[in-house]
Design a protein around this ligand. Structure first.
Ligand SMILES: C[S@@+](CC[C@H](N)C(=O)[O-])C[C@H]1O[C@@H](n2cnc3c(N)ncnc32)[C@H](O)[C@@H]1O
Length: 297
C-alpha cells in the first residue's frame, strides 16, 4: 500500500466523510486510516470493498473494467444529487470536475484544428477509444451538422458504448456524419487515413514505453500532414487531489501514470511524431499533446 500524504480537507471530502459517518462510521475510519498509511486487516478491506460495491454506481463499473467509459460518462453527465455519497464525491472532487473541464477544453480547441484542415478539403477524424464519443458529437452538432466535408469514424471495443454513441448522435442529428466501428483500434484497417486522430483518456493508465508502442502503431492510420491529439493525466492532479486518486486506485484499481508535458513530448517524439504544442483543461489536470507524424521514422 502506498503512503499517501496528510489529508487536506476540502468541501467534497468533508461532505463525503460526514455522509459516511452518518451511514457507517467504520468505513469512514477505515478510509482515513488507510489513506494515512496504516496497515489494515483483510476483514476490514473486505467490508469496505463490499460497501463500495453496494453503495455506488460507478465503483462496481470501474472495478469490473478500470478503463470503462461508464466512469467518464458519469463524470461528464452525472447529476450531483446522485443518491450515493461516494458517487457525489467523485462528481464534486477536483479530479472529477477536471474530467468535465477536459471535455470542455477539447470542444473549444478541436473546431479550430478542424477548420485548418477544412481549408485543404475534406476532413476525416478518427476517434480512437471513443467511448460513446460525446466530444465529437457535440462539436458536430454545434458546428458541422450540415457540413458536407467533415466526417468521423469511432473505433472502440465496447459495443455498448458505441450503441450509446449512435443514440446520442441520432438525437443530436449528426449520425449521418459518424461511422461506428467495434474493435481494437490497434488492429483497425482504415479504408482512408485520418486527417485528425483523437486519443482521449487512453494513455493515462499506461507506462511510457506502452504509450510509445501505441502511438507508433496508430501512425499508420494518419495522413502525411495529419495530426494526433492524445491526452494524459498530469502530475498536478496527484499533487492537488491525492485523496481522489487514492479512492480511484484502491477502490477502483484504476491506477494512473501521471506525466508532465515534457514526458508526453518525449513519448510523441520516440513514437515518431513531431511535437507541435499542447493545451490543458482549466485545472491543468489533463495535458492534450498535439503532434504530426514524422516521415521516414
Ligand atoms: C476512459 S474511456 C474514454 C472514452 C472517450 N475517449 C472519452 O474521452 O470520453 C476509454 C475507452 O477506450 C476504449 N479502449 C481502450 N483501449 C482500446 C483499444 N485498444 N481498442 C478499442 N477501444 C479501446 C475503452 O473501451 C473505453 O471505451
Amino acid at each position: 500500500m502506498e503512503q499517501y500524504r496528510k489529508l487536506e480537507y476540502n468541501d467534497a471530502i468533508s461532505k463525503l466523510l460526514k455522509a459516511l459517518e452518518e451511514d457507517r462510521v467504520t468505513i469512514k475510519n477505515f478510509l482515513l486510516d488507510y489513506y494515512s498509511g496504516k496497515q489494515s486487516s483483510p476483514e476490514m478491506e473486505e467490508e469496505i470493498y463490499k460497501y463500495f460495491l453496494t453503495h455506488s454506481i460507478i465503483s462496481p463499473a470501474t472495478m469490473a473494467n478500470p478503463g470503462t467509459s461508464i466512469l467518464t460518462e458519469f463524470l461528464y453527465n452525472g447529476s450531483s444529487d446522485s443518491s450515493f455519497p461516494i458517487d457525489r464525491y467523485f462528481l464534486q472532487s477536483k479530479a472529477g470536475k477536471a474530467i468535465r473541464a477536459r471535455l470542455t477544453a477539447i470542444k473549444e480547441k478541436l473546431p479550430k484544428i478542424i477548420e485548418e484542415y477544412q481549408e485543404k478539403g475534406e476532413v476525416l477524424i478518427g476517434n480512437l477509444g471513443s467511448g460513446p464519443g460525446r466530444d465529437i458529437i457535440d462539436i458536430f452538432a454545434t458546428n458541422y451538422r450540415n457540413a458536407s466535408n467533415v466526417r468521423a469514424i469511432y473505433v472502440d471495443r465496447d459495443a455498448t458504448a458505441l450503441r450509446r454513441g449512435k443514440r446520442m448522435a441520432t438525437m443530436k442529428k449528426v449520425n449521418h456524419l459518424i461511422d461506428f466501428v467495434e474493435g481494437n483500434f490497434l488492429k483497425y484497417k482504415p479504408v482512408k487515413k485520418f486527417d485528425i486522430v483523437i486519443l482521449i483518456g487512453i494513455l493515462c493508465g499506461l507506462k511510457s514505453d506502452v504509450c510509445i508502442r501505441i502511438l507508433k502503431s496508430i501512425k499508420r492510420l494518419i495522413k502525411k500532414n495529419g495530426c494526433i491529439i492524445a491526452s494524459n493525466v498530469s502530475k498536478k492532479m496527484l499533487a492537488e487531489d491525492p485523496f481522489t486518486y487514492f479512492l480511484m486506485a484502491w477502490v477502483g484499481n484504476w491506477k494512473l501514470v501521471f506525466k508532465d508535458p515534457e514526458e508526453l513530448k518525449q513519448i510523441f517524439e520516440k513514437a515518431g511524431y513531431k511535437w507541435k504544442s499542447y493545451f490543458t483543461d482549466s485545472y491543468g489536470f489533463h495535458i492534450m499533446g498535439i503532434g504530426t507524424p514524422r516521415p521516414y521514422f
